[in-house]
Design a protein around this ligand. Structure first.
Ligand code: GDP
Length: 367
């Protein structure tokens, strides 16, 4: 459902489809319903559920993905009515994060987010959900029932207790790991090495830009969320000063709050930077909306106080008209193509100019 304009809904659905493909699904059909708020029982209107059922049947789909967060009962009702697995945007994003987390810390953060999502949804019908969110809940007591039957209450209580224990343990582990990172960061700041954080909507070209600026060889993927574990590289200014460049978690609209919570320590690292290079995809249908979504997350971790340098990327593929429009609304932005290398020198110079100058030490030499 949507209460926004048709264009907003289309963009959001296109993005949802891209997310689903990133997660390894093949997207068959899209369905939009305009209404002022979701139906409390079935998310989309009750009549619309029949349409959805017909679409599922005709397309031979095995999953329905909703572009929003479903309550546990909405999810259950939709699954019962459509007879296929139902996933919401949050579960989908969590799934992608799970596939992409590589570092020990990243994996722990994703598991924490998944368990927090799962816990309130364990309701005896947990079987489908626990399978879908990585098998952390052992909802298998139903012995092969078709999703609706679940484990008994005692089993559920044990599951909940186990999950709570695991959550507490993951929190401790993540805290310990972030302490190690803080120590490293403190060492960097003692050495007065300025830090530049590359932030931006997912798929905007952060990794490509990091590669361009440092020749780093970071994995670039045409997939949402290729970047999950932050990469830090050293770069040198033309006058020989060293600074660091890091890319960050890809941002996305409606980033589940469990993710923001779990990745807080990683995101907060952005807040320690001296400069945020905010990369925008010039080929996106609504770059301003992307910028808003990224700034929202930046504000949530206190990184909105930092100097921000807007960089519009993919000028090689963007419409001339769009670029002119963006130049008007963001006169300070630097326009680049990470692919072609266009504008990269100007970007490098702008970054260098924006870096804090090292404090000059003056020592008087006494005779
Ligand atoms: P990230 O998720 O922000 O790190 O984005 P990536 O660097 O992984 O790039 C996402 C996609 O955009 C990849 O398919 C890149 O090849 C593509 N891309 C990045 N920079 C450019 C560019 O300057 N022009 C074009 N046309 N595509 C780009």
């Amino acid at each position: 459902w949507t209460e926004g304009s048709q264009a907003d809904a289309d963009n959001s659905l296109t993005e949802l489809a891209a997310l689903a493909e990133t997660a390894g699904s093949q997207v068959l059909e899209g369905l939009i319903q305009r209404r002022s708020r979701p139906d409390p029982a079935t998310y989309i209107g009750r009549g619309k559920v029949d349409d959805l059922g017909a679409v599922v049947l005709a397309a031979g789909a095995d999953t329905v993905i909703c572009d929003g967060e479903l309550s546990p009962s909405q999810l259950r009702n939709l699954e019962q009515r459509t007879k296929v697995k139902v996933v919401d945007r949050t579960a989908l994003i969590l799934d992608i994060f799970a596939q992409h987390a590589k570092s020990k810390e990243g994996r722990a953060q994703v598991e924490l987010a998944q368990l927090e999502y799962l816990l309130p949804r364990l309701r005896g019908w947990g079987e489908t959900l626990s399978r879908q969110t990585g098998g952390s809940g052992r909802g298998g007591g139903a012995g092969g029932g078709v999703g609706v039957r679940g484990p008994g209450e005692t089993k559920l209580e044990t599951d909940r207790r186990r999950i709570r224990h695991r959550i507490a343990r993951l929190r401790r582990e993540i805290k310990a790991m972030s302490t190690v990172r803080e120590t490293k960061r403190a060492r960097r700041s003692r050495n007065a090495v300025p830090a530049v954080a590359i932030a931006g909507y997912t798929n905007a070209g952060k990794s490509s830009l990091l590669n361009r600026l440092t020749g780093a060889g970071v994995l670039v993927e045409d997939a949402l969320f290729a970047t999950l574990d932050p990469t830090t590289r050293r770069a040198t200014t033309t006058d020989g000063r060293v600074y660091t460049l890091s890319d960050t978690v890809g941002f996305v609209r409606h980033l589940p709050h469990q993710i923001v919570e779990a990745f807080r320590s990683t995101l907060e690292e952005v807040a320690e930077a001296d400069l945020v290079v905010h990369v925008v995809d010039g080929t996106h249908p609504d770059p301003q909306e992307q910028v808003r979504a990224v700034r929202e997350v930046l504000a949530e971790v206190g990184a909105d106080r930092l100097p921000e340098l807007l960089v519009v990327n993919k000028t090689d593929a963007a419409e001339e008209e769009t670029l002119l429009h963006l130049k008007r609304i963001w006169p300070e932005a630097v326009f680049v193509s990470a692919h072609r290398g266009r504008g990269i020198e100007e970007l490098r110079e702008t970054i260098e100019r924006s870096l804090p100058r090292p404090a000059v030490e003056v020592r008087a030499v006494l005779p």
